[in-house]
Design a protein. Structure first.
Length: 86
């Protein structure tokens, strides 16, 4: 829920644009890997260490998401806006 709503909420609260970049996929992929460790491997096979590793990866994914969001909101977009000819 944090990753889904942040691109809408942060620009409204911070009054800074949050341009989409492909680097924003990294926290989502890390979150999914962490969930794969926790649910099917940790809970499914009863492996405590894998369950703990999944939790650590989930926390790392959220921290990486916050860092990526702060980094991207501080940079200006690299594209230029072209005005139409009149």
């Amino acid at each position: 829920m944090v990753m889904a709503h942040a691109p809408v909420i942060f620009p409204a609260v911070l009054r800074r644009p949050l341009p989409y970049r492909t680097a924003m996929w990294a926290p989502l992929v890390l979150l999914q890997v962490g969930l794969a460790f926790r649910i099917p491997l940790g809970n499914g096979f009863g492996r405590q260490r894998l369950w703990e590793l999944g939790g650590i990866l989930n926390v790392a994914a959220l921290l990486l998401f916050v860092a990526t969001t702060v980094w991207k909101s501080g940079h200006r977009p690299t594209y230029t806006v072209r005005r139409g000819r009149t």
